[in-house]
Design a binder for this molecule. Structure first.
Ligand code: PMP
Length: 407
């Protein structure tokens, strides 16, 4: 049974007060809070079996390595990859995309080839591709979105050519909250022999994700957006593709043997895990996913859908508000502005009421520029938030507006 009161007690920080008011945490698209059992798992590693993985023969090292590889299995099952060899631990979404931009670029991209990114992407899914295109003398093309925040997929037939190697698209976008039509994009891309990278940073925690059935070639996400610590993330890639890519970084653990004549790389996935990895973070990510499985992803999805339907009906009714991102298909994100009020002022006053939101350009300049703005306020919720908190947000925006309009 999904009991919201019990769920909330699983997250110790939600009990905190900010400026004497109960915290209302609505900045979940930036990072999520951590359940007590994830925090306890980190303590367990350091108190019971901390030891560098894949190296020594000690009991500690064997336990730690076992926990790390078990976390890989949990991730593999969570996204329904075929094999743990397809699951690479990275430090986050950004690192995973940079890894791929280097390795994919080296293997598959030649001068004059094309990479497509969407206008609504996070900087992490734009800049690594710009760097790669510069290095390989390739061309970066952009799939635009319309004023609701929906991708103009009707342009794909023209945009994808025989020179296109990859299209990079978010599962859900971080400013507008749009859930992108991945089935259609994957189908159109694969018809033309184009690979697909899906950025799951805003999708994995809210949407059913099955990389095999969806036929994604590459999929990336960050642990900290799915109730795990910072500094850990995942690069999924189809085995036959990862096999063909060269390593990104060299160092310990990614080699079978080293000599000045010939160095032999490790098999997948270790080929891409140079150096001491964030094994504590990986183990904690496994724990976070186990917690979600225990709560039940279907329960989470249906609770969130109900909350999102409520919020997306309620927030637009605040006087003077404009919502940016009005697609039919959205995750729990409302980016907005109140006429005549600067986003940073609104964010600061909400904070004084104990309401944490994000303000600014949200690492998505092209999205903000699309609407000719300098920034937005973003409220983003998840399965530990409530309708009462959405009501408080709406009251808070109205109160803040009155205060700011008096100045
Ligand atoms: N892509 C999207 C859609 C995001 O929302 C974020 C984080 N805001 C990232 C990429 C980058 O994630 P990280 O900073 O964890 O690497």
């Amino acid at each position: 049974m999904f009991d919201i009161e019990t769920i909330r007690t699983d997250f110790p920080i939600l009990d905190r007060e900010i400026y004497g008011q109960k915290l209302i945490y609505l900045d979940n698209a930036a990072t999520t809070q951590k359940p007590a059992r994830v925090i306890a798992k980190i303590k367990e590693v350091y108190e019971m079996y901390n030891s560098n993985i894949h190296r020594s023969v000690s009991k500690l090292a064997a336990t730690c390595t076992g926990e790390y590889e078990n976390a890989r299995k949990i991730v593999c099952e969570f996204i329904n990859a075929k094999n743990t060899s397809e699951i690479v631990f990275t430090s986050g979404t950004t690192a995973a995309i940079n890894l791929l931009a280097f390795a994919f670029g080296e293997k598959f991209v030649n001068s004059g080839d094309e990479i497509v990114v969407c206008e609504s992407e996070h900087h992490s899914n734009i800049v690594p591709w710009q760097l790669m295109c510069e290095r390989k003398n390739a061309v970066l093309k952009v799939l635009p979105f319309d004023d609701r925040g929906d991708l103009k997929t009707e342009l794909l037939d023209e945009l994808l050519t025989e020179r296109t190697r990859l299209i990079c698209v978010a599962q859900a976008t971080n400013v507008l909250g749009t859930v992108n039509p991945l089935d259609l994009i994957v189908k159109k891309a694969h018809e033309k022999g184009v690979y697909v990278l899906v950025d799951g940073a805003q999708g994995i925690q809210h949407l059913k994700t099955d990389v095999t059935t969806s036929d994604f070639d590459f999929y990336v996400f960050s642990g900290h957006k799915i109730y795990a610590p910072t500094g850990i993330g995942i690069l999924y890639g189809k085995e036959n593709l990862l096999e063909q890519l060269p390593p990104w970084q060299g160092g310990g653990d990614m080699v079978k043997s080293v000599s000045f004549a010939k160095t032999r790389y490790s098999d997948l996935p270790l080929k891409f895990e140079a150096g001491t990895s964030n094994y504590v973070g990986a183990i904690a990510l496994g724990e976070a996913l186990s917690y979600l499985i225990y709560i039940g992803m279907e329960n989470i999805h249906s609770y969130e859908k109900n909350l999102t339907d409520y919020a997306l009906e309620k927030i637009p009714s605040v006087p003077g508000i404009t919502i940016y991102g009005t697609s039919e298909n959205k995750v729990g994100i409302a980016s907005f502005l109140i006429e005549g009020i600067h986003h940073a002022d609104m964010g600061e006053i909400l904070d004084k009421m104990g309401i944490a939101v994000r303000t600014g350009r949200m690492c998505a300049d092209p999205t903000v520029q699309h609407f000719d703005l300098t920034g937005l306020v973003r409220a983003s919720w998840t399965f530990y938030n409530t309708k009462q908190e959405i009501d408080k947000l709406c009251e808070g925006i109205e109160k803040a507006t009155k205060i700011l309009k008096q100045d």
